[in-house]
Design a protein. Structure first.
Length: 346
């Protein structure tokens, strides 16, 4: 019998609650009514017949009452300083994304993301993410959520629910629960859970909904997938996001082994499904995409991203690209992204 990928622990004794800033923290067992109202708007009914909701490969029963699952990564020594997701555009690290261009603060973000399994080597990773940031005096708070294929962290090549966050700056950030901070609430779905369904290029498409919302009652940042309340990042650990996030980005990210290598020897992995977006005859069956792209305003209103206030950014155009499609029928605000990778730093 294969060893379980998680262990069940008492919800009040989970590792994150041992953080020195959370000594007097009270667990938020459910989102506020305001957050629940935003999550009640189910856009899955708008998925066309060739698209379905991606399912997670998780136990049906989950943990016993009063306990929560904590993922046991195959490599618990996966260095938090290995790279920084905000450092794309540097050697071996690349992104293709859209981002808000307004100078406002945002209380959250969400999107449906097509789930793929890009082929990476053991020294590479490929991710599709929503990420929000705030910075003060050179110190950054960040939350990133979506899916990732990270062999060195997970010990396999499966696509998994993946997050990355930083309480003070990128040097103190980590994946999932490799450092104390994220408070697990759901008894079944945990950070690091693999997906059962993977989209096929030209075939069936599986989409997963991800959202992060700052709760107006507690200031905590609530993580959900579909309508599942997975858990949250306590507001005490993200002081520069008390009044919301300064940046909201959506897209793909890759990292390749670059230590002791010359740029012409670095091989970057595929992003998305490995296809680079094309302007002509867009067919979502052949692209990795995000749709129903939304964000939460300063006054906690969930709205569609404004096509007049969005910029595209692909730092390695020879390998990856992103094309914003604007209002794409029933998929609403949509963009496609990805690419084959290769020698992107030459």
């Amino acid at each position: 019998t294969q060893e379980p990928e998680f262990e069940c622990v008492d919800i009040y004794k989970q590792p994150s609650l041992q953080h020195p800033r959370l000594i007097n923290h009270h667990i938020q067992m459910r989102p506020s009514d305001e957050v629940l109202a935003m999550l009640s708007m189910d856009s899955s009914k708008n998925l066309s017949n060739d698209k379905a909701v991606a399912e997670f490969d998780m136990p049906e029963e989950g943990c016993p009452e009063g306990q929560v699952p904590i993922h046991k990564p195959r490599n618990s020594n996966y260095s938090k300083k290995r790279f920084h997701l905000n450092g794309y555009g540097t050697i071996g690290q690349h992104a293709a994304l859209i981002h808000k261009t307004e100078g406002n603060s945002w209380r959250g973000a969400s999107a449906w993301i097509s789930v793929y399994q890009p082929k990476v080597t053991k020294d590479q990773l490929s991710m599709a993410l929503i990420w929000i940031n705030s910075e003060y005096d050179g110190i950054r708070n960040t939350i990133q959520l979506g899916w990732g294929v990270i062999p060195q962290l997970y010990g396999d090549y499966r696509t998994r629910l993946t997050t990355y966050w930083s309480p003070d700056n990128d040097d103190e950030g980590c994946y999932n629960m490799l450092c104390s901070g994220f408070v697990q609430i759901d008894s079944t779905l945990f950070l690091g859970t693999p997906f059962t369904n993977i989209s096929e290029v030209g075939g069936k498409q599986y989409n997963a909904f991800f959202s992060v919302n700052q709760d107006p009652k507690t200031g905590n940042w609530i993580l959900t997938s579909g309508r599942i309340y997975i858990g949250y990042w306590p507001g005490e650990l993200l002081p520069f996001m008390d009044d919301g996030a300064e940046e909201v980005r959506y897209g793909g990210f890759t990292n390749a082994e670059s230590e002791n290598l010359q740029p012409f020897d670095i091989v970057s992995p595929p992003m998305g499904n490995g296809n680079k977006p094309q302007e002509e005859e867009v067919d979502l069956k052949y692209n990795c995409y995000m749709h129903h792209v939304q964000y939460v305003t300063q006054d906690y209103k969930n709205v569609e991203i404004d096509s007049n206030k969005v910029a595209e950014d692909a730092d390695a155009g020879k390998c990856y690209d992103v094309i914003y499609l604007d209002n794409f029928g029933s998929m609403r605000q949509t963009f496609i992204f990805g690419g084959p990778g290769g020698f992107c730093d030459v």
